[in-house]
Ligand binder design. Structure first.
Ligand code: FAD
Length: 405
């Protein structure tokens, strides 16, 4: 095997597709049985849509039920504030598509299956690295039939923010602060509800609502570590503010029977100083866990995968090995995007979220329409839509039977 990737999330699935597409033998290990899991984020930004377009997959994804977000705003106690309009971006990808993450992953892995070098092992959990002569030479994983070894020229940890493999490689992320955790839950969508995804900010409270066609996927932000206290007060302590912030949901908050209907996201923001070892690379959340602010984690993970494939497909296509200097180049290319995006997220956390959760956010003095500020109107849509360093697919499609060995 030339490359083994642990983790079938956006980063791992995209890297596996790009490598297989350029003729590399690649195995993707995913510890779950399918991609149909709890809510993990839905936002596919223009930068990712463009990558899917470059791969001929955008139409396939956009045929699936999804919603488009073009105007970003915030509903406050003092009325609505327009933050940015993506309509300024070049068509056709002048919006954020809200697509369930399992649909995105199914489209990407189905495309990868068309290439002979691709292999996907579900229910396969990577738990250790094989090391020989100072370099990583593959993974040890377990599935229903027992424990196995898979040797590879390159091992990629795309196993998310609790990455087991980066720990096995002795890489420890530096924690950056986040003032909040997030409670995720669903309530039904009903005729007469607003159509659009929204951000609701009030003194002491903050919520996001994503219209998932038949239901609302709702996020209620709480101060970091505040879940036990809230849960101790009973489910009414959640139902009450939701009904007050979003009166159109007051008729159905009772459907939240208890905290079993609620998932808690402990928000982590962290980053590795070094993403690689000889024969080993971390990408996506395994290298830099993102705050949910701006909903860009999926997009950064995908961009990491594209950058990694652009740099590594040729040596891997030739059968490897990959010099560590190339792995360092992947980190050098992607680190600035992670650093700048996390810095922007932390500004938003401090200026808006911390203040809102402490009851100190006052929108009365803010301009109602930031899209009228020329510089902001030019920059904000590009930053939201494309991020700091958008990548393009540079790897060729090489369809040939994989080399043996
Ligand atoms: C509740 C929630 C809401 C979010 N909302 C958004 C949003 O709206 N927009 C957005 O852009 N981002 C959002 N994010 C963040 C986003 O989901 C991540 O940044 C993004 O998915 C990172 O992609 P990844 O591929 O690096 O890691 P992940 O998506 O975490 O994928 C890692 C994969 O590896 C698998 N895995 C883990 N360990 C192993 C192992 N040992 N062996 C094999 N497989 C393993 C996991 O099952 C998983 O499939 C949200 C995250 C959460 C938790």
């Amino acid at each position: 095997m030339t490359c083994v990737i642990a983790g079938g999330g956006p980063a791992g699935a995209m890297l596996a597709l790009l490598l297989a597409r350029s003729g590399v033998r690649v195995t993707l290990l995913e510890k779950h049985a399918d991609f149909l899991r709890d809510f993990r984020g839905d936002t596919v930004h223009p930068s990712t849509l463009r990558i899917l377009d470059e791969l001929g997959l955008a139409d396939e994804l956009l045929k699936l039920p999804h919603r488009k977000l073009r105007d970003l705003g915030m509903v406050t106690d003092d009325g609505e504030i327009r933050l940015a309009s993506l309509r300024r971006l070049p068509a056709p990808y002048d919006y954020v598509a809200f697509v369930p993450q399992w649909d995105f992953l199914n489209v990407v892995t189905s495309a990868a299956r068309r290439y002979p070098g691709f292999r996907l092992l579900m229910r396969a959990e990577a738990y250790d690295l094989i090391r020989e002569r100072g370099a990583v030479r593959g993974v040890r994983y377990r599935d229903e039939s027992g424990e196995h070894e898979l040797r590879a020229e390159l091992t990629v940890a795309a196993d998310g923010r609790h990455s087991a493999l980066r720990g096995r490689a002795g890489l420890v992320p530096r924690e950056l602060s986040a003032p909040m955790d997030v409670l995720w839950f669903r309530l039904p969508w009903r005729e007469g509800d607003p159509e659009e995804t929204f951000l609701r900010v009030s003194r002491g409270h903050m919520m996001v609502g994503i219209n998932r066609v038949s239901y609302w996927q709702l996020a209620y932000l709480i101060p970091k570590g505040g879940y036990d206290r809230l849960a101790g007060l009973g489910i009414e302590a959640l139902r009450r503010p939701v009904a007050r912030l979003l009166p159109f949901l007051a008729d159905r908050v009772g459907e939240l029977a208890g905290y079993d209907d609620v998932s808690v996201l402990t928000v982590a923001v962290d980053r590795l100083r070094r993403w690689h070892r000889p024969g080993f690379l971390c990408i996506g959340d395994a290298a830099h866990a993102m705050s949910p602010v701006f909903g860009v984690g999926i997009n950064l993970a995908v961009q990491d995968a594209v950058a990694a494939a652009n740099l590594l497909a040729a040596p891997l296509g030739a059968g490897g090995p990959v010099p560590e200097s190339l792995l360092r180049r992947v980190q050098r290319r992607r680190m600035p995007a992670a650093v700048i995006t996390q810095a922007a997220q932390r500004v938003a956390q401090n200026v808006l979220i911390s203040r809102a959760l402490r009851g100190r956010f006052d929108a009365s003095g803010l301009p109602r329409d930031l899209t009228r500020v020329p510089l902001l109107n030019r920059l904000a849509p590009r930053l939201v839509g494309f991020g700091v360093r958008p990548e393009h697919v540079r790897t060729p499609e090489v369809v040939r039977p994989p080399a043996r060995g």
